[in-house]
Design a protein around this ligand. Structure first.
Ligand SMILES: [Zn+2]
Length: 409
């Protein structure tokens, strides 16, 4: 049976941080990749059930984008067909789906455009739906040009159009993405002369989130890029997008990030910083909480994990010892951040919180590598929240497992 490669355009969580594509709407940002990967994974599922050898490029799951390794991967595998899955952006009036193809290989594009019209998804075709890539214009798309096999790139409507947005990210997204995947699967079957036997159950298996973004971000800029940002308060929160609510996590006094840039978010200074894993975050620029130090050097030991609790040490004593605010209201905030629901300060909740804060709460007794293997084998289901719960580990530990998984895929 034929080998089919799908490529989900861009990478996850890269829109706000730069590099990825998406759209901002009503104070939230929506990542194109969330839609692309959803369609790719469902199309993969349907075609596997038809006996195809289907793959999604590993770059579709990478943390930064390299188009060359995407086409190289499909070329190395001697794939018979490569389909890159995207959504478009442009003028707010532009709408509809379309497929890009190399001028000399149009077969799959014709099939797809016909199948799209038959499917009646609610999103029309952009023009006649087919565009040959043209050298010397933006349509000279790498994914189509550099692939050794027939390669196509589908834009599933315009994220920047009110009507299409509702299908790609809005109220109609589940049925729309399912249909997008079915159109691709039907087209692949027709292209290779295989009878289409119907779709599989669609489960949005990608943990999607639209981020709240501040509609009031001003770039300030800084001469301190590359220097240390040192925490001088007892701890500070950090965020994965430019906001002040719902922190991604907190770091304690003495922890150092590398300064990348400086903004004002809702009127308050906010640094963009890089951690020891080269992950970008945002954190406060308040002079009573952080200060600028010397040149940043990567120090694995400054990983921000807290010391282990002493035997028999309670949460309040522990927090006081490491310089954290141990008040009930702060513990309650932290509990909410770590996903401990309905915190009332019970003994078991306090033990759980102590595990999370100290990073000692393995719960599973397994190594990072063992847990990564189990996730890859599918033993902990899909979605980060599910997997973390299934493993019974803290967010910071789960992050380590996730990094290990990403490294291997
Ligand atoms: Zn795209």
């Amino acid at each position: 049976m034929a080998t089919v490669y799908f490529d989900a355009g861009h990478t996850r969580n890269t829109f706000d941080r730069g590099g990825g594509k998406g759209v901002r709407r009503n104070g939230r940002s929506y990542e194109e990749h969330d839609s692309n990967i959803d369609i790719a994974e469902h199309a993969e599922k349907i075609l596997k059930s038809h006996g195809f050898d289907v793959h999604i490029t590993s770059q579709s799951y990478a943390s930064s984008e390299s188009l060359t390794s995407r086409t190289n991967e499909a070329n190395r595998a001697n794939a018979d067909l490569l389909v890159s899955i995207h959504a478009n952006a442009g003028a707010s009036s532009a709408n509809g789906a379309c497929i890009f193809h190399w001028p000399t290989s149009e077969d799959f594009a014709n099939i797809w455009a016909n199948q799209w019209e038959d499917a009646d998804t609610g999103v029309g075709l952009h023009g006649n739906g087919k565009h040959a890539v043209r050298v010397g214009t933006w349509t000279n798309l790498h994914m189509v040009r550099e692939a050794a096999m027939p390669a196509y790139l589908i834009e599933h409507g315009f994220m920047t159009n009110d009507h299409d947005f509702d299908y790609i990210f809005g109220s109609k997204k589940d049925s729309y993405r399912k249909q997008c995947a079915e159109v691709i699967a039907k087209s692949v079957c027709e292209y290779f002369g295989v009878d289409y036997k119907g779709g599989s159950t669609y489960t949005p298996n990608h943990q999607e989130k639209s981020h709240t973004v501040s509609n009031n971000v001003d770039w300030v800029g800084t001469d301190d890029k590359g220097k240390e940002l040192i925490i001088t308060g007892s701890y500070v929160n950090y965020y994965d997008t430019q906001r002040w609510s719902n922190p991604t996590g907190a770091k304690k006094r003495g922890y150092k990030w590398e300064i990348d840039n400086l903004y004002k978010v809702n009127g308050s200074l906010q640094y963009r910083v890089q951690d020891e894993n080269n992950d970008l975050y945002f954190t406060t620029g308040r002079s009573d909480l952080v200060k600028v130090g010397g040149e940043y050097t990567k120090d694995e030991s400054s990983g921000g994990s807290n010391p282990a609790p002493k035997s028999g040490e309670g949460i309040v004593d522990y927090m006081n010892r490491i310089g954290m605010d141990s008040s009930y209201s702060n513990r309650s905030d932290l509990a909410a951040q770590y996903g401990i629901n309905g915190y009332q300060g019970t003994a078991s909740q306090n033990m759980q919180l102590l595990d999370y804060i100290s990073g000692s709460g393995s719960g599973s007794g397994k190594s990072i590598s063992q847990m990564a293997n189990e996730i890859i084998r599918g033993e902990h289901g899909s979605g980060h929240a599910n997997r973390r719960q299934s493993l019974g580990i803290s967010k910071s530990q789960y992050e380590k497992v996730r990094k290990e998984v990403n490294k291997r895929l």
